[in-house]
Design a protein around this ligand. Structure first.
Ligand SMILES: Cc1ncc(COP(=O)(O)O)c(C=O)c1O
Length: 229
């Protein structure tokens, strides 16, 4: 289904509602799944285990391992509603990492979760630092913490004072990044970046910059946060 604007123009939507509509608009399979769920159960709090959430997490883990065959087998088992086959297909193959997923309501909440995780990781296993390096021209959301991580003056100026603990670096400037780590390495718990910045234009990061960022932050005992919203 194509969205139609107020002038009656119809669109083929490659914007995907900024990341939240990547399954398209009104596809019959999607409609059936949504209707079916609404008829069964609208919402339960996260105090309870939700079967489909567990299955979706297992599927994401397969995909994160680039195990397309395993993901297909799991998706088929889920579609067939075959509990034993789901358990079999969801288990990790030899040498496969079992990834955990934090489900969030929005990109901003996902980024807040990632920043909290980085600080927690640094506290428990890393260097204990709490500084997050973010890139100029970035966009990470509309909550105060994600506005602080969004290094664009025009998006920050009306909301000061902002939460602390963020340092700015220019995208693709490997030298500046290295000097930030030389100065603050022990305090850095994460580098947060969009592989392709989208809000300030379309600015892809170079493979070299991402590699150096990953190496430096891992050596410092922190995490690389990739915001792909
Ligand atoms: C790169 C990026 N990060 C985070 C967000 C925030 O997502 P949300 O609007 O779902 O909170 C957006 C979109 O607005 C985005 O483009």
């Amino acid at each position: 289904m194509r969205p139609i604007d107020s002038e009656g123009r119809s669109y083929l939507d490659f914007l995907a509602g900024i990341g939240v509509c990547s399954l398209g608009h009104g596809h019959a399979v999607l409609q059936d799944a949504l209707k079916g769920q609404v008829e069964r159960l609208l919402h339960v709090s996260n105090y309870f285990y939700v079967e489909h959430r567990g299955q979706a997490a297992a599927l994401i883990s397969k995909l994160a391992n680039n195990d397309m065959e395993g993901a297909r087998a799991l998706a088929d088992a889920i579609a067939a509603d075959d509990e034993h086959a789901v358990i079999d297909a969801a288990s990790s193959a030899e040498g496969e990492q079992a990834w955990q997923t934090f489900f969030a309501n929005s990109g901003a909440e996902a980024n807040e979760g990632a920043m909290k995780l980085a600080r927690l990781y640094a506290k428990r296993r890393g260097n204990g630092g709490n500084t997050i390096v973010c890139l100029r021209g970035s966009f990470h959301g509309r909550t105060l913490e994600t506005v602080a991580a969004t290094i664009q003056e025009r998006l920050q100026e009306d909301f000061r004072p902002l939460p602390q603990g963020f340092v700015a670096c220019s995208p693709n400037n490997v030298e500046e990044l290295r000097s930030i780590f030389e100065e603050l390495g022990n305090e850095i718990c994460a580098v947060m970046l969009e592989p392709i910045q989208g809000e300030s234009g379309v600015h892809p990061l170079s493979a070299e910059f991402v590699r150096v960022a990953a190496d430096l932050v891992h050596q410092a005992g922190g995490l690389l946060i990739a915001d792909v919203d």
